[in-house]
Design a protein around this ligand. Structure first.
Ligand SMILES: CC(C)(COP(=O)(O)OP(=O)(O)OC[C@H]1O[C@@H](n2cnc3c(N)ncnc32)[C@H](O)[C@@H]1OP(=O)(O)O)[C@@H](O)C(=O)NCCC(=O)NCCS
Length: 131
């Protein structure tokens, strides 16, 4: 961990602020908003590996470990954990950074594992090129 609490040596695929428009009445962010960011984050390395179109096939696991609040800076990290014949499995970790006075608190908020499938122009599974 760095002094900011984000993982060392990893580059987030997405960073964006959570806004009041993404929050429920209690001020915490809708789970669906986070799921959307996670899906987009996971698709980025999956599409690179698949060298073309992909679709989300499955969400193997999804854990909301801590709430996200409006004003938090959200960082999504994505790592490929398995490449199959037509599928790519990606682990996505999400961190929220929250200002507390002159300090920034970093919290690991979500962990998920998703499966993407490479598709051809007809939307059928397509073998992932082996470079
Ligand atoms: C993606 C789609 C084309 C795959 O077709 P399919 O007939 O289910 O294909 P298969 O059963 O052969 O599975 C394809 C791959 O996904 C994997 N897979 C299928 N179901 C899975 C599951 N529940 N969990 C993990 N992996 C799964 C298979 O193991 C296979 O991987 P491999 O080729 O690397 O071994 C089809 O299911 C589809 O169009 N789904 C809708 C996608 C979608 O609209 N997503 C949301 C918006 S992007």
């Amino acid at each position: 961990m760095t002094e900011t609490g984000l993982p060392v040596g990893r580059i987030p695929v997405i960073r964006l602020p959570a806004t009041p428009a993404d929050a429920n009445k209690g001020g915490s962010i809708f789970g669906g908003w986070i799921m959307s960011q996670v899906d987009i984050a996971g698709s980025i390395p999956a599409e690179v590996v698949a060298k073309g179109s992909i679709v989300t096939r499955a969400v193997d696991s999804f854990e909301f470990k801590s709430p996200v609040f409006a004003g938090d800076l959200v960082s999504c990290y994505a790592e490929i954990t398995h490449i199959g014949r037509t599928s790519v499995k990606v682990m996505v970790d999400v961190y929220a950074q929250r200002r507390r006075g002159d300090q920034i608190e970093t919290i690991m908020v979500t962990e998920a594992s998703l499966v993407y499938v490479a598709i051809d122009q007809q939307g059928r599974p397509r073998a992932i090129p082996k470079d």
